[in-house]
Ligand binder design. Structure first.
Ligand SMILES: [Zn+2]
Length: 716
C-alpha cells in the first residue's frame, strides 16, 4: 500500500518542490556516523526517481548537531514546516520519520500540516500520503514508536546512572578543594594552599556572617582563590584568580564541602516555547543525598547554619526587608526595627555631632522615597538603643533567670498533668479502634452492606487514633524539661552577659548579634509626647517601653519658659542690668548655661517681643526730660537738678541713667530749690561750676526761649 507510488505522485504535487531534511542529533554523530548521513543524502535519488527534477530538490541540513527531541532551536525543521504550510512542498523526504521529529507533538503537527497542504512524506521504507487514513495511521504509529525509543534509551541510561548515584559511586565533577584519589574516593585536595584558601573562606564567613564581607576580606588582604582548569590541554592544572561574590555563594551552598554526596540538585525543564531551563531544587527534593560520604571542610550542621545565615541575609533585600547582617555602625537596633505606623522595615541613618560622635536615627522613608512624599516617621536612635539595652540587661539578670527557671519548673509540673490527660485520650482512641475492629471481624462477610459500613467506621477510628497519637508526641516534645547541666549553663550566661555587653573591646557587630539572639523585632511609634517601642522576644513575650521624645539641639539650648516669665515680671520695675543681676543672684542661667548680663537679657526680650522698662514707663504716660521741661517751663538741666534734689519724682528707665518723670507735677519755687540744695550740700546749687546760667531761677520769658533753643539744638 504505502509503496504503491503510482496514485500518490500526482502532477499537482510534482509541480511543487521536494524538500530533503537531514539531521544528526549530536556533533559526535555528525563527525563519526558518516554512513547515516550518506544514506540520508541518497534519498535525493529516490525523489528524482519519483519524477522531481534534481534542481528542485532542496536539501535542509542546517540542523546538524541538534537533537530531535524538540523543535525549538531547530531552524531547519521550522523552515521545513514553513515551506509545507505555504504549500510550496510537494513531498518531504527523511531517512526515518523519527529524524523529522522525536517529539510526538511536533510530529503530529507536521502530519496535520502535510495533510492540509497535500504534501507527501517519503522515508526509507516507503511513500506516504498523509491525506489517506491508512498512511496517516502508520505515520502516527511510527512517531509513537520513535518517541518510545527515545524514552527507553533515556530510561536505560538514567536507570544505570541513578543506581550508581544512589550508592554514591557515580563520579561527578568535584568543586575546587576536593579531588578523586586513585581508588576513585573523594578526598581533600592534596595541595595545602588550596585547602588553606577554602578553610579561610569558611572561617571568614563564620566571623563576618556575609558572603560579601568574605570577598572584601580577601580583596583587602590581596588574597587570590585557587581554581583548576576543567578541560583543554591544561586540564587539572591549578591557577589562582580573584574571589568573586557568586563563587563564595556557590561554595557555601555546595554540600560537597560538608562531606555529603548529592545528585539531582537541579531540575531541567522545557518551557512551552521549547527553551530549556535549569532550576535549583530545595534540599528535600534532591534525588540523592548521602551525608558523611567523604571528608569535608565543614560539618553538616555548620553547612546548614551557613545556609540559614545566607537566607536571612537575602531576606534583607526586596520589598519588605527583614533583618540584614549585623554591621559595624553604632545603631544597636539595625535590622530589627519596624515602623509602628505603616508596618514597613525602618532604616538607619547616622548624623555626626560637633564633638564628632556618630548618632543613629531610625527612619521610615521607604514610602516617602518611592512616592515622593514626606517620610513616615523619624526617631532619635540613641535614647531607644539605651532603653532596649537596659531592658535586655534587666531581662537577663540572674534574679530574672531564677524566676524564669522556677516558672519553667511549674510549667513542667503542669505539663505532667496535661500529659496524663493526653495519654488517656490516646488510650480511649485505641480502645474505640479495637472495638470497631472486633465488630468488623465478627460480621458475616456475606452481608456486604453491613460489612462496608463497619469497615468505614473502623477506618475512621484508626484515623482518630493516629491524630491523637501525633498530638501526644508533638505536645510531649514541646515541653522539654531542663536538666541540671542546662540550668548551670543558663545561670553562667546571665552572669557573663552584662560583662560582655559593657566590655569596650566587644565590637558593635557582636553586640548586635547578641541582641538578635534575644530580640525578634522592635516596633516603633512616635506619638506627640512619647515614643512607644514594642519589643518582641523570641519566646513570644512582649515589652512595651514608653520613652519621652528627646529634645532637639535648639530645644536643649532654649531658655526655659519660667525664666522668661521672671524676666518679664522683673522688667516691670528694673532695667536690663538690674534684671540680669537679680537672675544671677537667684542662680538662674540662660538655656546655654551662661550667666546673665544686660546684653543677654536685652537679646532674649528682643526676640520674644518683651517690652523694655523704658517702654513700659512710657506706656503709663511718664514724660521724657524734654517733655517734662516743656511742661514745667524749665530748662532740662533744671529738671535733672530738681529730680536729684527730690523736688520732682521720676523713675530710672535704662542702664544709661535716663529718667522718665511723672506728669502733672508742680514746678518748685526758687526759694524751695535754694533751701533744699543748701540742706543737701548740692554742689550745683549755683550751677556755675558747669553751666553758669542753668542753676538759678529764670524769668519766664528767658526760660521759654532757652527751652526752644535747647529743643532745636537737640533736633539738629
Ligand atoms: Zn512607616
Amino acid at each position: 500500500m504505502s509503496t504503491d507510488t503510482s496514485g500518490k505522485v500526482t502532477a499537482a504535487r510534482l509541480r511543487r518542490d521536494a524538500y530533503l531534511y537531514i539531521r544528526q542529533s549530536t556533533l559526535y554523530q555528525v563527525a563519526n556516523n558518516t554512513e547515516s548521513t550518506a544514506r540520508q543524502y541518497d534519498l535525493r535519488g529516490r525523489a528524482v526517481a519519483l519524477g522531481w527534477p534534481a534542481d528542485r530538490i532542496h536539501v535542509i541540513d542546517i540542523d546538524q548537531g541538534h537533537s530531535g527531541a524538540s523543535s525549538a532551536d531547530r531552524e531547519g525543521f521550522q523552515h521545513l514546516v514553513a515551506e509545507v504550510s505555504l504549500g510550496r512542498a510537494g513531498i518531504i523526504l527523511g531517512l526515518e520519520c523519527s529524524r523529522l521529529a522525536r517529539n510526538n507533538a511536533d510530529w503530529h503537527r507536521l502530519l496535520q500540516i502535510c495533510a492540509h497542504n497535500d504534501t507527501l512524506i517519503l522515508d526509507e521504507d516507503g511513500l506516504y500520503d498523509p491525506t489517506s487514513f491508512n498512511d496517516r495511521l502508520l505515520l502516527g504509529m511510527k512517531g509513537q514508536l520513535s518517541e518510545a525509543e527515545l524514552h527507553f534509551l533515556r530510561a536505560r541510561l538514567r536507570g544505570g546512572i541513578l543506581a550508581k548515584a544512589r550508592r554514591g559511586e557515580l563520579q561527578l565533577p568535584l568543586p575546587i578543594g576536593l579531588a578523586y584519589d586513585s581508588r576513585g574516593e573523594t578526598v581533600l585536595d592534596a595541595d595545602g594552599a588550596v585547602r588553606q584558601a577554602i578553610s579561610l573562606l569558611f572561617d571568614t564567613f563564620t566571623a563576618t556572617g556575609s558572603a560579601f564581607a568574605v570577598v572584601r576580606a580577601f580583596r583587602q588582604a590581596q588574597l587570590t582563590f585557587p581554581a583548576r582548569h576543567r578541560g583543554g590541554p591544561r586540564a587539572g592544572e591549578l591557577y589562582f584568580k580573584t574571589l568573586t561574590h557568586d563563587q563564595v555563594l556557590k561554595i557555601l551552598h555546595n554540600p560537597c564541602y560538608a562531606g555529603a554526596y548529592c545528585y539531582g540538585r537541579a531540575r531541567h525543564i522545557t518551557d512551552l516555547d521549547g527553551h530549556h531551563r535549569t532550576l535549583t531544587k530545595p534540599a528535600e527534593d534532591w534525588t540523592v543525598l548521602l551525608p558523611d560520604h567523604h571528608p569535608g571542610y565543614i560539618t553538616w550542621p555548620r553547612y546548614q547554619a551557613n545556609l540559614q545565615v545566607l537566607a536571612a541575609n537575602a531576606a534583607a533585600r526586596g520589598d519588605n526587608r527583614t533583618a540584614g547582617p549585623a554591621r559595624e555602625g553604632p545603631a544597636l537596633l539595625q535590622g530589627l526595627i519596624i515602623c509602628g505606623r505603616c508596618g514597613r522595615r525602618m532604616t538607619v541613618r547616622y548624623h555626626t555631632r560637633a564633638d564628632s560622635t556618630i548618632v543613629p536615627d531610625y527612619v521610615c522613608q521607604n514610602d516617602g522615597i518611592s512616592n515622593a512624599r514626606p517620610i513616615c516617621q523619624h526617631l532619635p536612635g540613641a535614647v531607644l538603643d539605651t532603653a532596649v539595652a537596659g531592658l535586655l540587661l534587666a531581662t537577663l539578670s540572674p534574679l530574672a533567670l531564677e524566676v524564669a527557671l522556677t516558672v519553667t519548673d511549674e510549667l513542667a509540673a503542669q505539663a505532667g498533668h496535661a500529659d496524663a490527660l493526653r495519654a488517656a485520650h490516646v488510650q480511649r482512641a485505641q480502645h474505640a479502634a479495637d472495638q470497631a475492629r472486633r465488630r468488623y471481624l465478627a460480621v458475616d462477610p456475606g452481608n456486604r452492606l453491613v460489612a462496608d459500613a463497619l469497615e468505614a467506621d473502623w477506618n475512621a477510628r484508626l484515623r482518630e487514633l493516629a491524630t491523637a497519637h501525633d498530638d501526644y508526641t508533638t505536645a510531649k516534645s514541646a515541653t522539654a524539661v531542663l536538666d541540671d547541666q542546662q540550668r548551670a549553663r543558663i545561670r553562667a550566661l546571665a552572669a557573663d552577659f552584662p560583662a560582655l555587653w559593657h566590655d569596650p573591646a566587644t565590637p558593635m557587630r557582636e553586640r548586635k548579634r547578641l541582641i538578635r539572639l534575644l530580640i525578634t523585632d522592635v516596633t516603633l511609634t512616635r506619638g506627640d509626647y512619647a515614643i512607644t517601642a514594642a519589643v518582641r522576644l523570641p519566646g513570644g513575650q512582649h515589652h512595651t517601653l514608653n520613652l519621652p521624645i528627646p529634645l532637639n539641639a535648639w530645644q536643649q539650648r532654649k531658655t526655659p519658659q519660667p525664666v522668661i516669665e521672671q524676666i518679664d515680671q522683673l522688667l516691670g520695675g528694673h532695667t536690663y542690668s538690674q534684671v540680669a543681676c537679680i537672675l544671677n543672684q537667684r542662680g538662674l542661667t540662660s538655656g546655654e548655661s551662661k550667666p546673665w548680663d544686660a546684653g543677654r537679657v536685652r537679646a532674649h526680650c528682643f526676640t520674644r517681643h518683651i517690652p523694655s522698662l523704658w517702654q513700659r514707663l512710657r506706656d503709663t504716660g511718664m514724660l521724657t526730660l524734654d517733655e517734662a521741661a516743656r511742661q514745667l517751663h524749665a530748662h532740662p538741666s533744671s529738671i535733672k537738678r530738681w529730680y536729684r534734689l527730690g523736688l520732682i519724682t521720676g523713675h530710672l528707665a535704662d542702664d544709661r541713667g535716663t529718667c522718665l518723670y511723672h506728669p502733672g507735677q508742680a514746678r518748685p519755687g526758687p526759694a524751695q530749690v535754694e533751701a533744699t540744695g543748701k540742706a543737701l550740700g548740692d554742689s550745683h546749687r549755683s550751677g556755675r561750676s558747669y553751666h553758669p546760667d542753668l542753676g538759678g531761677p529764670l524769668p519766664k520769658n528767658v526760660s521759654a526761649t532757652r527751652n526752644t533753643q535747647q529743643n532745636s539744638s537737640n533736633t539738629t
